[in-house]
Design a protein around this ligand. Sequence first.
Ligand SMILES: NC(=O)c1ccc[n+]([C@@H]2O[C@H](COP(=O)([O-])OP(=O)(O)OC[C@H]3O[C@@H](n4cnc5c(N)ncnc54)[C@H](O)[C@@H]3O)[C@@H](O)[C@H]2O)c1
Length: 280
Amino acid sequence: MGLLDGKVCIITGAGNGIGKAHALYFAREGARVVVNDLGGARDGSGRAARPADEVVEEIRKAGGDAVADTSNVATLDGAQNLVWAAINRFKRVDVLVNNAGILRDRSMLNMTEEEWDAVIAVHLRGTFLCTRAFGRAVKAQGSPASVVNTTSLSGLLGNFGQANYSSAKAGIYGFTKTVSMEFSKLNTRVNAVAPVALTRMTEDLPMFQGASADEMGPQHICPVVAFLASDLSEGITGKIIGVQGTKVFEYRMEVSEGIHKPSGMWSPQDIKDKWTDVVK
Ligand SMILES: NC(=O)c1ccc[n+]([C@@H]2O[C@H](COP(=O)([O-])OP(=O)(O)OC[C@H]3O[C@@H](n4cnc5c(N)ncnc54)[C@H](O)[C@@H]3O)[C@@H](O)[C@H]2O)c1
């Protein structure tokens, strides 16, 4: 018995990197997989069917069941077609992994509107459109489901030169929190992973110089996403789980204890005087 036996799992951006590793892992665990990928370059330019087709071929050769989809998750039609691809082929949906992503790094003052919009569109708008299309199908179907989003330490902690990407990924954090509340009515859990893995997206970063594929490859992210996708994580929703190689941990928003003013309202000078208590 596989962990995901019979479940219909849609994985976006599954032609390369982390998404490809998820697709192969999920199929080995018995899932029927919709392998979505636009087949573009790291910055989102271009299109090709080959990456998604090759992953499907690899799954089928290993005895699994999968279908390719080349929809652009950043468009309304693309998100709807993606969910329809699952329903047409497999007659149902159980899991959505929002993983597709691009990078257009630039320091803030030099960033163009196009670089800003393209990154927000794929990550944040794509996560919204795919989750909404998936949620509507789940509602019509009336059975429990799971959504796993992909955020990043860049969005949760910030990263120089990635104002567009970190804004999109921070948006996915807030989206995960809010939609986990709304989708509880659908018996659907919504969590996110914040991965760090050696892929074409990260291979030129200084932190990956000297890192081996064994230590930092995308394969380390898959068991965590499979756990969140599966019934093993029943009751777990609204969580943001970090994965870096063999380390797994939770990202949590911290709120300081704060301080009340004993009487009257605060003045800016009071806040300066009590600053260490405010942030303690
Ligand atoms: N690699 C890391 O260390 C790391 C860290 C934090 C977050 N992430 C996130 O993990 C996810 C996967 O990243 P990766 O490192 O595997 O990158 P990758 O470039 O190897 O894979 C991303 C895939 O998404 C596809 N894609 C891009 N735009 C698309 C669109 N509009 N529609 C459909 N598919 C599209 C690409 O074609 C590509 O195959 C991304 O969301 C990324 O932001 C990665």
